[in-house]
Design a protein around this ligand. Structure first.
Ligand code: NAD
Ligand code: TYD
Length: 376
């Protein structure tokens, strides 16, 4: 019996999951986590395979029984209706999103479509599916439907920006999103909340801090720095580099989501964070030090010589920090990984998975990169 199963200490009915965005960074880590821990559960992944989705992230699961990959858009209502019905889904784990702040500044449209309209489409389809199940079951409906869950995976960025003296975000911190990305995620959170309060749909929202680890797309801070060091390219630090993020190893996030699905209360929100606040510039120095140690043939050594301060991101939030007291005290979750340990594991992964990230540096990616760092 695995750790997660022991932790539940209860016998469980197999779940039938629809995991949206399961070919992306956190989604694919979560799919692996779930398949390893709950081999009897049915796992259906729905992913549009945008620039951020990668079939390779799930390649080892392709032949697995109990696993199905469907390429499709969460805005496609007939497709969602059909999948929920034919797969008898009782659990949705919703990761699919446009997720990068810099892209949301260049072009917000896709963020509204996927994050707001797509989440609405899923919620409404799942509501009808759940209500139909109730009608089919008659008197047994509440018992048979007690297992249904809609996990809405969201971000701490909906809470806006903290000053250095502010208390970290709690579940009751007012929403104050500052980027098109965080505003679209805030909109989707409100819909998930409303579907619980209006229809009784068993939704749960999680708001997590910055993740890092394997399968992280090259545009985000940590992989971008690792890859640029390996290529001998400048390391672009926005503004004065004093912005603070609360970093969480992706495996810890997946474990937290597992606990929330199995033990969380419908209608509740849980903040998830690593209690690891680090200034960007300090993090970049840590990455450089680890690269100097672990990579024998760097084009530029020491890697710190590549650090370049560039024009700040518009609306750049100063500090994010999570107060994870609720999930710790109510559900017993705490992160297992330190930033030092997690960064080392992550850098080792990028060093040994050049064949994964090299093809992602496509012409499209290069065009995006040139636009964002045009004034660098
Ligand atoms: P990602 O960009 O790596 O992956 C997103 C996935 O969604 C991709 O596989 C993409 O193909 C898919 N997708 C996009 N639009 C779609 C659509 N219309 N229909 C179906 N699939 C679509 O993102 P991520 O970093 O793995 O984030 C996953 C979720 O976690 C997001 O909801 C994000 O807001 C949230 N989150 C991320 C972080 C973080 O640090 N990365 C932190 C907290 C919360
Ligand atoms: P990012 O990984 O984009 O996550 P988010 O914006 O969702 O927090 O960025 C993390 C931090 O790193 C953020 O403060 C912006 C900063 N950053 C840089 O300084 N340079 C870069 O090239 C990138 C991508 C991010």
């Amino acid at each position: 019996m695995t750790f997660s199963q022991q932790e539940q200490q209860i016998s469980r009915e197999p779940r039938r999951l629809l995991i949206t965005g399961g070919a992306g960074f956190i989604g694919s880590n979560f799919v692996h986590h779930w398949c390893e821990n709950y081999p009897d559960d049915r796992v259906v992944v729905l992913d549009a395979l945008t620039y951020a989705g990668n079939r390779q992230n799930l390649a080892d699961l392709a032949e697995r029984e109990n696993f199905r990959f469907v390429q499709g858009d969460i805005c496609n209502r007939p497709l969602i209706d059909a999948l929920l019905r034919e797969e008898a889904i009782n659990t949705v784990a919703h990761f699919a999103a446009e997720s990068h702040v810099d892209r949301s500044i260049l072009g917000p449209d896709a963020f509204i479509s996927t994050n707001v309209v797509g989440t609405f489409t899923l919620l409404d389809s799942f509501r009808h599916h759940w209500e139909n199940q109730g009608q089919l079951d008659g008197d047994n409906s509440s018992e048979n439907r007690s297992n249904y869950r809609f996990l809405h995976v969201s971000t701490d960025e909906v809470y806006g920006s903290l000053s250095s003296l502010d208390h970290p975000f709690t579940e009751t911190t007012p929403y104050a999103p500052n980027s098109p990305y965080s505003a679209s995620k805030a909109g989707s959170d409100h819909l998930a909340r409303a579907y619980y309060h209006t229809y009784g749909l068993p939704t749960i929202i999680t708001n997590c801090s910055n993740n890092y680890g394997p399968y992280h797309f090259p545009e985000k801070l940590i992989p971008l720095m690792c890859i640029n060091i390996l290529l001998g390219k400048p390391l672009p630090v926005y503004g004065d580099g004093q912005n603070i993020r609360d970093w969480l190893y992706v495996g810890d996030h997946c474990h937290a989501l597992d606990v929330v699905i199995n033990k969380g209360q419908p209608g509740e929100t849980y903040n998830i964070g690593g209690n690891n606040e680090v200034k960007n510039i300090d993090l970049v120095h840590q990455i450089c030090e680890l690269m100097n140690e672990l990579a024998p043939d760097l084009p530029v050594r020491p890697a710190e010589e590549l650090i370049t301060f560039v024009k700040d991101r518009p609306g750049h939030d100063r500090r994010y920090a999570i107060d994870a007291t609720k999930i710790r005290t109510e559900l017993g979750w705490v992160p297992a990984e330190t930033v030092e340990g997690g960064l080392r594991r992550t850098i080792e992964w990028y060093l040994t998975h050049r064949d994964w990230w090299q093809p992602l540096l496509s012409d499209e990616y290069q065009a995006y990169y040139n636009k964002v760092y045009a004034n660098a």
